[in-house]
Design a protein around this ligand. Structure first.
Ligand code: URA
Length: 276
């Protein structure tokens, strides 16, 4: 007999980790509710054996005929779409229209941004988790709450003093890390989002965001606490960037909070320097 716990673990690993669907499903009613075919429409070949209907959560939302586009074409279309946005609202619309990141079809919501887009400080994390996927805003789960407490400790409140986004806009199933292709497909959009928000300081939250936006191979232990310059064509000049540990890592490794606190103090110094 199948071990139900092992089956559940497997489902979670495959990304089916939420027992929700848009409408109630009677999974025992599959055979009864199957529509009857008109006599003329019955195929000549032997019918497939009856199967239980696939659970809605696993059913792909990808259009049936869609074949994955080559990576270069996806990146080109992402660049064109992102560059055409003249405001953050237009950029969010462009992302809604963008079909190049397959995560869009397994996620519940596009997670675009939160906080004050006019703030001096912009934070960029890696990718939404399950709380963000449900809510549609970045960093609303436990790691976001820790991030808010860290920022509040230096006098910065989300609603007023900082703006937040991620390098990837849709939740990877099962909270896995985004693949290189998924990150590359979203990169032109986060670069454009930074240009349009125009922060004076960029904070890269975690190794993935730091590597992606600084385009460096180093791990976060080498990058954290250091000041970098971040620049893209549409930015009108380099801006200071600081990398720090991801709060999800700090929740797992509280002993690293001491170093994260140093980074937060560095951020405070950078803001004070800017205002002099
Ligand atoms: N982790 C991230 O990197 N971003 C979020 O929005 C949530 C968790």
């Amino acid at each position: 007999m199948t071990d139900p716990i092992a089956t559940l673990r497997w489902l979670i690993e495959m990304g089916a980790d939420e027992a929700i669907a848009e409408t109630p499903q009677n999974r025992l009613d599959g055979a009864k509710s199957k529509p009857k075919l008109e006599a003329a429409a019955v195929p000549a070949v032997a019918p497939e054996p009856e199967r239980a209907p696939a659970p809605a959560i696993l059913a792909p939302k990808v259009p049936f005929a869609a074949a994955p586009a080559p990576a270069a074409a996806v990146e080109q279309s992402a660049r064109t779409l992102a560059a055409s946005a003249r405001t953050l609202e237009e950029l969010a619309d462009a992302l809604h229209a963008f079909d190049g990141c397959p995560l869009k079809y397994t996620a519940t919501k596009l997670v675009f941004a939160d906080g004050n887009p006019k703030a001096e400080v912009m934070l960029v994390g890696e990718a939404p988790g399950s709380d963000e996927d449900r809510d549609g805003r970045p960093f609303v789960g436990p790691s976001g709450q820790l991030l808010d407490r860290m920022m509040e400790a230096i006098g910065l409140r989300r609603a007023e003093n900082f703006y937040l986004a991620n390098t990837v806009y849709w939740r990877p199933p099962g909270n896995r890390s985004p693949t290189q292709a998924e990150t590359a497909a979203c990169l032109p959009f986060i670069q454009r989002q930074i240009e349009l928000a125009g922060p004076k300081i960029l904070v890269l939250v975690g190794g993935a965001a730091a590597k992606t936006l600084l385009n460096r191979p180093d791990g976060i232990t080498r990058l954290r606490g250091r000041r970098f310059e971040y620049e893209t064509q549409g930015l009108g000049g380099p801006i200071p960037a600081l990398a720090t540990y991801h709060p999800a890592f700090l929740l797992r490794q509280p002993s690293q909070k001491r170093e994260a606190w140093q980074d937060i103090l560095t951020l405070r110094e950078m803001i004070d320097y800017l205002r002099k």
